[in-house]
Design a binder for this molecule. Sequence first.
Ligand SMILES: [Zn+2]
Length: 514
Amino acid sequence: MRKVCTFTALLLLLALFVSPSSGADMGAMTPAKGTAVQWLDAHSEVGAEVAKYIWHNPELGLGEHKSSTVLQEMLKAAGFKVESGVAGMETAFVASWGEGKPVIGIHAEFDALPGLSQVPGLAEEKMVVEGCPGHGCGHNLFGSYSSMAAIAVKKAMEANGVKGTIKLYGTPSEETLVGKVFFVKEGVYKDADAVISWHPGTSNAVSYASSLAMDNFKVRFYGKASHAASAPWAGRSALDAVELMNIGMNYMREHVRPESRIMYSIPDGGKAPNVVPPFAEVWYFVRAPQYKTVKEIMDWTKKVAEGAALMTQTRMEFIPITAVWQYLPNQVLAKVGFANAQLIGIPPFTDEDEKIAEPFSKSVKVEKGPFLSREFTQYDYDKPFSWATGGGSIDEANTSWVVPMVRFSGSTLAQGTPGHSWQATAQNALPPAFKAALTVAKYMAATALDLYANPSLLEEALAELKASNEKHGPFVDPAKDVPLPTFQLMHNVDESQVPVQTKDMPMPDFSTLK
Ligand SMILES: [Zn+2]
């Protein structure tokens, strides 16, 4: 017996010296994490009020004036220093507290989606205001509860003498993949040692998956107007050029890698059949598992566009809007994140929450509960990750190549709820969503506190990032020559034309955050 004990003690000692990522407290409850969790539970109402405020004031990317302001006010009230107008974007901000290294950042998003207005809590499609944007991606929760996590970290650092800096990155216009792309381009993450992020959805997870790389651009053709019946020979049709470009792209589609995704819409195809269209515009997204494939497709695409202009005797203008690489997971940080998610557990949903979720699942033909996820999505964090072969693209993908990142997701939505749907908008203002988002705020705060306590984890995460850049990169910013897009270019309307859902809603009370 005694022999065994001595042996065990020896092993433990060895583990302390040998195991590199074994910050002794990783994934364990510590006094600092206890402070953060308690603070979040005690102030959960503030998170919900801010999430509701942003939900009731849905604003499109780069026009998120009220949403950005409420988050800035919240963080200022909690003692953060806020720098606004970051990277040339009026609604972008960075809120900081503390000093020196390590610098841990948390991402916050707050933009809404066009035309997704929906009555809160109603399980049938009905807009609050016709044509108004809506929070169908849950960025009202994203902004609010990321800020809650940052404040909880600050409270825990203060109460437990933790050294370092906590930053909240207020990143606008995620739906158009703009905010974080321009944060990377302008060097906003220069001093960050790690960045923590999350997304609302139908699962509880610490992501260990990639996302598709993408180029987002428009092609404009300029022709010559003429009476389409009495003098068509005098005109040159810009719409013909758009149509021929699309035909060329659809023929090209067969000869690119099958995982690639090429999609387009025609925001402007001329105004009337009896006028030869002097102007037409087509809008493209080109996606692939890795940016090098996107680049190959883009080189061909530009030739297709030039060909269309040649064939129709029109002039072509190529307008890049934004570009992202594939997301680069970080194994070291994913493990720290998962240890903390397990420590905190899944959101404590009740029967009442299930009742709220049920009609939304049933509206998409999911008939059997539980309607709110009670488990963690399984990833094998010991194996290398794979590149994505489907799904979407994210703007924080560029961030992931310049600073190690970890991304959580929380089951804020009923099972089966599609992203960007009226069902999602309806639920993003309800108590189960607030409960799941609060749980994720705890994962994020606990993970940040592990990283301050164990700087060796940050060194390992950075070494992994460097090795990944050598193996899969190096990352070359695909947006380095792309100017910041205007509101009009991204949304095809002027900001003044976007319907407003709520006129004068008072801002939540932040006096308890001091
Ligand atoms: Zn989103």
